[in-house]
Write a new protein. Structure first.
Length: 440
């Protein structure tokens, strides 16, 4: 057998595999002999069918199968030995039809090769890594919510200023049916004024554009997607389900010790600082995610390399469950090109920085998650054997293993960006960050 690679250009090549009779003859003969032993052909005893008849009936099919197996094994071994980094998989050329009158065959396979390029994480950029912090009003509101939560609750017959409401927002045509808890003052002043005096079971109808002073609150209280809230002007019924009023708990040591470990907070100022610290931890992922997204966009924009586009379009035509037309494959390529480029950049970063996700990493990550989940159900100290048994069951699911592996890859890339990408550090209030993130 002879295998050669013809490099057409840096991104495209053809692998030619020449198969000689000596490469397959013994396997074909063995397979046909096995067929003969088990063949049931009228007029012949089992195992005594003439080999000439076996060859006539099965010879071409067996030859085709054995040559095809030989081709696939040889092709994969060659790709591995030559350390070829392919995009997609090798495509047999249309001329690869077997002429059974021949003894020697030649087959061509087209391949698309990954480009060679460098990734510069230290390049000059305009990326800002934000630390999201709660603003003053957010902290004041949280203190107020804590006081109300630990205060005395009084049921009311009718809505009054300062009341807490359980309401249902309804609009059947718009698919709105959402229960929410909020203070009457959370509504726009005109709406709050309409609600005062209403009783349980009463309802009013208001336009969504008049409900709140900030239309983003539609996301929180009506669970409407961000893309829909802007300029949304549809009628919504506010149905009153319950009315209460809380007498706020005093900001004293008794309250502090209910919320925090005893003795760790002894004043309102310390309480606010503690709430701020906790909020910053909760918000950290917001700033980190925006940072990672901006680094990703920067790398995609500034890491230049070509792709074997024509090959990939041809590969996409036959790689899925359904065969695509050239036009459909071209459209699919345009949709997936950015993803292909990022996968190549990510792979390059893993190699350049010796990153890897081991099976031990996957096991440890799964074990930590299981312990955290068990703790939520009150199992604070499960035995190692219990955890290991669950880990084994989880890791028998290949889809779950892939999901965990992808999550660990993302974590390692994020950590790499944090360490290697120069960026301006900036503190930003939560509300300002939301406006910045949505471009408003």
């Amino acid at each position: 057998m002879n295998i050669q690679k013809n490099q057409l250009d840096p991104l495209n090549a053809v692998i030619t595999i020449e198969v000689n009779k000596a490469d397959y003859a013994e396997k074909v003969e063995k397979t046909l002999t096995d067929y003969r032993k088990n063949a049931n052909i009228p007029g012949f005893r089992k195992g005594h069918v003439p080999m000439s008849l076996i060859k006539k009936q099965y010879g071409k099919a067996v030859l085709f199968d054995e040559v095809n197996k030989l081709l696939q094994d040889s092709l994969q071994n060659y790709i591995q030995e030559e350390k070829l980094e392919l995009l997609g998989s090798a495509l047999p050329k249309a001329t690869n039809e077997m002429n059974f009158d021949q003894e020697d065959f030649s087959f061509d396979f087209e391949i698309g090769l990954a480009p060679s390029f460098e990734v510069d994480l230290g390049a000059k950029n305009k990326i800002t890594h934000y630390q999201v912090v709660p603003d003053k009003k957010m902290l004041e509101d949280q203190v107020s919510r804590i006081q109300k939560h630990y205060g005395k609750v009084q049921a009311l017959d009718a809505v009054e200023n300062g009341a807490d409401l359980n309401v249902t927002f309804l609009n059947e045509n718009e698919g709105i049916n959402q229960k929410s808890e909020l203070e009457v003052e959370a509504f726009e002043k005109k709406v709050a004024k309409q609600l005062v005096g209403k009783k349980i079971g009463d309802s009013i109808e208001v336009s969504t554009k008049d409900l709140f002073d900030d239309e983003h609150k539609l996301m929180d209280f009506l669970k409407i997607d961000h893309d829909r809230v802007h300029g949304l002007d549809v009628p919504v019924t506010i149905q009153i389900d319950n009315i209460t009023k809380s007498e706020k708990a005093a900001l004293n040591q008794e309250l502090f010790d209910k919320i925090f470990p005893a003795g760790t907070v002894s004043s309102e100022k310390e309480m606010v600082e503690k709430i701020k610290e906790d909020a910053i931890k909760q918000f950290q992922s917001f700033g980190d995610n925006k940072f990672v997204n901006e680094v990703t966009d920067f790398l995609l924009e500034n890491t230049k390399f070509d792709l074997p586009k024509e090959f990939l379009i041809k590969w996409l035509q036959t790689s899925g469950e359904k065969e695509l037309t050239e036009e459909e494959a071209s459209a699919e390529y345009e949709r997936s090109e950015k993803g292909i480029r990022y996968q190549l950049i990510e792979g390059k970063l893993f190699r350049d920085h010796n990153l890897q996700v081991t099976f031990e990493d996957i096991k440890n990550f799964t074990s930590d998650n299981i312990r955290a989940q068990m703790a939520q159900f009150g199992m604070m100290d499960p035995s190692q054997e219990e955890v290991d048994n669950i880990v084994r069951r989880v890791l028998t699911n290949q889809d779950e293993v892939k999901r965990i592996s992808d999550e660990l890859v993302s974590k390692k890339i994020t950590q790499l960006f944090m360490e290697k990408v120069p960026a301006k550090k900036q503190e930003i209030g939560y509300n300002d960050f939301i406006k910045l993130s949505y471009g408003e």
